[in-house]
Design a protein around this ligand. Structure first.
Ligand code: SAM
Length: 277
């Protein structure tokens, strides 16, 4: 393969587990560029060693991206070519790279994509849920308030939703999904392309308690069914408010009562809370 490779940033997808998923074009690109910008050079060196590729690397990650971005741009403008890679999957998708693309655009540098696997799309494909329209939600915030704002903003979402999640936060998230959305179909895609790959097609209700004793391990994508048009509220707003009031009378805090009543009724937590106060 020949390529005119000067003054170009290549955005190269790398395997999400199985080394066999590095495409011949990706390998050739990594071989032919002048240098590689890697999220973690210790991770990428393993990939390069596996394919017997020797190439200078610079690190480019969340906390050095501004300064490193400027240096990478300067090198490309001076005539070098660069490939950006992350630890796994597509750069720029819940991974570093987005800012570098913007800096390239500002500097008039050409970008070329060398597509590879992405956990989000791979999980969606095997989810068994509707794939015609979907939304990628990335990671939920660890901050409780922004996390529940994010989830509540999706209450009426009809498209299939994709979330990334870290294993140690999974049980919390499964419980939040159930209390926010009620019972829905959910697919848990675990360790894709690896030895312990597992596709669990379940529901939010079942999943909320299924892994409390034995938490799931490994890398996980959650695929949540969108709201169905025939989803009818299980209670009217007035009934939901009355239900929340009973929970408060029983000693629950108003915000928790509104949340609980929302999960039971299918009504919006904020609306119940507003009526309560
Ligand atoms: N840029 C990557 C991509 O395109 O797939 C995603 C990077 S993000 C920092 C890492 C998250 O992706 C993990 O927390 C997990 O949710 C998901 N992930 C990555 N590899 C995975 C795999 N082999 N199986 C399941 N999920 C995976």
């Amino acid at each position: 393969m020949t390529m005119d490779k000067e003054n170009i940033l290549y955005v190269v997808g790398t395997p999400i587990g199985n080394m066999g998923d590095l495409s011949p074009r990706a390998a050739e690109t990594l071989r032919s560029v002048d240098f590689i910008a890697a999220e973690d050079t210790r991770v990428t060196v393993k990939l390069l060693n596996h394919f017997d590729i020797k190439k200078p690397m610079v690190s480019y990650f969340e906390h050095n991206k501004h300064d490193k971005g400027v240096k990478i741009i300067d090198r490309i403008l001076a005539g070098e070519s660069c490939a950006i890679v992350t630890d796994a999957g597509m750069p720029c998708i819940s991974d570093p790279g987005e800012d570098l693309i913007r800096q390239c655009e500002e500097a008039g540098i050409r970008t070329v994509v060398v597509p590879g696997p992405s956990a989000a799309v791979s999980a969606l494909a095997v989810s068994g849920l509707e794939t015609g329209r979907f939304t990628f939600e990335g990671f939920l915030s660890v901050n409780k308030k922004s996390r529940s704002e994010h989830l509540e903003s999706l209450l009426d979402e009809r498209r299939t939703m994709i979330f990334y999640e870290a294993p140690h936060k999974l049980n919390n998230t499964l419980q939040d999904l159930y209390s926010t959305f009620g019972d829905r179909r959910l697919t848990i895609a675990r360790e894709l392309t690896k030895v312990h790959e597992e596709i669990i097609r379940t529901t939010t209700e079942a999943a909320a308690t299924a892994y409390l004793d034995e938490p799931l391990k490994g890398e996980i994508v959650l695929i949540l069914e969108g709201k169905k048009s025939e989803d009818k509220p299980k209670m009217t707003l007035e009934e939901a408010v009355a239900c929340a009031q009973r929970l408060i009378d029983g000693g629950m805090r108003p915000t928790d009562a509104a949340k609980e009543a929302a999960a039971m009724s299918g009504m919006k937590k904020n609306e119940i809370y507003r009526k309560l106060v």
